[in-house]
Design a protein around this ligand. Structure first.
Ligand code: JHZ
Ligand code: ZN
Length: 413
C-alpha cells in the first residue's frame, strides 16, 4: 500500500502559510503509472490532486507531494524523442545557443532532465562537451547510446557542487520542463546558480500557468508537476536563489510555454518588464485569476463523456491518440473509460501493451488505427494535435474525424 500524503499547509517555494485553494481534481492515479494488464496493482494507488496559489511568492502548486523517486524512476516511460515537433524545437534551441553563446570544444553544456538525449545530441554532434542529468534509468541508457554522457541522479546542491568540482562550471545550463518537477524549486534554482559559470546563462522552459488557466489545460495538472509558473513567480524564485531573470520568450510548445533566461549578472532586457506587466494586468498576482479553472474542469467533465456517448449511441466507434501523462488525468477526471473508448494509440513502444492508469484503456501502436478504423479519434496529446493530424492525415482523408478534448470538446476535420 502506498502512503497517502497529507495536504501541505505551507508553500513549497517560500514556506509561507498564505495558500489559497484553486482547483481540486479529486483522487486520481499517478499520470505515468501505466498498468501492466498481466500484473495489475490491486488496489491501484490513488492520490488526492489539488492545487493552491501562494499569495506571497505567487507560485501555483500541488498540495499533495508524491516522492520524486516514485514519479520519475519507478513509473516513468516518457521518452522525449517520440515527437518530431519537440525534436525540431530542441534542435532550434540548441543551434540558437551555439550561435549566441559562441559555444565550442572548450565549453560545457549541462542539461537537467536530459531524458533520452533529444536535446544534448545537437550540441554533442557539433563537438561541444555535454553532460546530461536524469534519474530515469531507461532514458539515461538511451542517451548514453547516442553518445550523451548522463548522470543518473536528481539535481540538488550536492550533485551540482560535485559536477563543478569534477567538470568545472557550465557555460549553458538547460532546464526544460523540469523546474516544475521538483518539490523544492528554491533548492533547484540554487543548484542552477551553483552549476552556472559567472558569465553563463541558464535557460528554463516550462508551460506557462497563464496559458494553462486561459485555455483550461487542467489535464496538465498532475503529481509530477509540483508547481505551475508565471514569470512573476519565476522572477521571485530566481531572485531568492541569487540569480537574475534577464530575458523571457513566449513559445507555442505544450499549449503555451515560457523560456526564461537566468544569469548571475546582467541587466534584464525589455521582455522581462513587458511580460511581468502583462501578467499583472491579467491578474496573475491574485488568487481569483486561477479560480476559473474549476469551471473548465466541470464543463469538460460533463461534456466529453456526453459527446463520446452520443457518438457511440449513433453507432460510431471511438478511440484515442496519445498515452500522455495529461491523457491519464483527462480520462480519469472525466471518467472516459473502456465503456467509451476502445484504445489509445501511441508511438512509444515502452507504453504499448500497457493500460492507462485508473480507466485501464489499452495502449496500442498507431497501426491499430488503420486496422480497426475507429470513426472518431480523441487527440489526448492535444499539444501535438497538428503533428498527429499531419501524421495521420490519411485517416481524415478516409472519413475519420478527430476530437480535440480541451478547452471544450469539439470535433474537427
Ligand atoms: P506529451 C510529458 O508530459 C512528460 P505528457 C512530463 N510530464 C512533462 O513534464 C511534459 O511532457 C512537459 C505520443 N505521441 O509530450 C508520445 C505519439 O504517439 O504531450 C507521448 O506518449 N505520436 C515529464 O506525457 C504522447 O503522445 C506523435 O506523433 O503529457 C505525448 O505526450 C506524438 C507527437 C506524440 O507529454
Ligand atoms: Zn510562496
Amino acid at each position: 500500500m502506498s502512503v497517502i500524503p497529507e495536504a501541505r499547509e505551507t508553500c513549497q517555494g517560500c514556506g509561507s502559510g498564505n495558500l489559497h485553494p484553486v482547483v481540486d481534481l479529486g483522487v486520481v492515479p499517478l499520470a505515468d503509472a501505466l498498468v501492466d494488464p498481466a500484473r495489475p496493482p490491486d488496489p491501484e494507488p490513488r492520490f488526492p490532486l489539488a492545487v493552491a496559489f501562494c499569495a506571497d511568492c505567487l507560485l501555483v502548486q500541488v498540495r499533495h507531494h508524491v516522492p520524486p523517486q516514485t514519479l520519475f524512476v519507478d513509473n516513468y516511460l516518457y521518452f522525449s524523442s517520440y515527437s518530431r515537433d519537440l525534436l525540431e524545437h530542441a534542435r532550434r534551441h540548441a543551434s540558437g545557443l551555439i550561435e549566441s553563446r559562441k559555444l565550442g570544444p572548450d565549453s560545457l553544456v549541462v542539461e537537467i532532465a536530459s531524458n533520452d538525449g533529444y536535446l544534448l545530441r545537437n550540441f554533442a554532434e557539433a563537438g561541444i562537451p555535454v553532460l546530461g542529468i536524469d534519474p530515469a534509468p531507461a532514458q539515461a541508457a538511451a542517451a548514453r547510446e547516442i553518445g550523451v554522457e548522463t548522470l543518473e541522479e536528481f539535481l540538488d546542491e550536492r550533485v551540482a557542487e560535485r559536477i563543478v568540482r569534477e567538470r568545472g562550471h557550465a557555460d549553458v545550463v538547460v532546464a526544460n520542463n523540469v523546474m516544475a518537477h521538483t518539490p523544492d524549486p528554491l533548492g533547484f534554482a540554487r543548484s542552477l546558480a551553483t552549476l552556472l559559470a559567472p558569465g553563463g546563462v541558464a535557460t528554463i522552459e516550462n508551460a506557462s500557468v497563464r496559458e494553462l488557466v486561459r485555455h483550461g489545460e487542467f489535464d496538465t495538472i498532475y503529481h509530477e508537476h509540483f508547481s505551475y509558473f508565471s514569470t512573476l513567480a519565476m522572477d521571485s524564485l530566481l531572485r531568492r536563489a541569487g540569480l537574475r531573470l534577464v530575458r523571457v520568450e513566449k513559445l507555442p510548445i505544450h499549449g503555451g510555454s515560457l523560456r526564461w533566461f537566468a544569469a548571475h549578472e546582467g541587466e534584464p532586457d525589455a521582455s522581462v518588464a513587458a511580460i511581468i506587466e502583462e501578467e499583472r494586468a491579467d491578474g496573475l498576482a491574485e488568487p481569483d485569476f486561477y479560480l476559473s479553472l474549476d469551471r473548465r474542469v466541470r464543463s469538460v467533465r460533463e461534456r466529453l463523456p456526453a459527446l463520446i456517448a452520443r457518438l457511440r449511441a449513433g453507432g460510431a466507434s471511438v478511440a484515442a491518440y496519445g498515452a500522455a501523462a495529461k491523457a491519464a488525468i483527462l480520462l480519469n477526471v472525466t471518467q472516459v473509460d473502456t465503456g467509451l473508448i476502445d484504445f489509445v494509440a501511441d508511438r512509444n513502444p515502452h507504453k504499448q501493451g500497457l493500460c492507462m492508469p485508473g480507466v485501464r484503456v489499452p495502449i496500442v501502436a498507431p497501426e491499430a488505427i488503420r486496422e480497426r478504423r475507429p470513426d472518431y479519434l480523441v487527440v489526448l496529446a492535444w499539444n501535438f494535435a497538428d503533428e498527429i493530424m499531419r501524421q495521420e492525415a490519411w485517416y481524415a482523408e478516409e472519413g475519420g474525424r478527430f476530437v480535440i478534448p480541451v478547452p471544450e470538446p469539439r470535433v474537427v476535420g
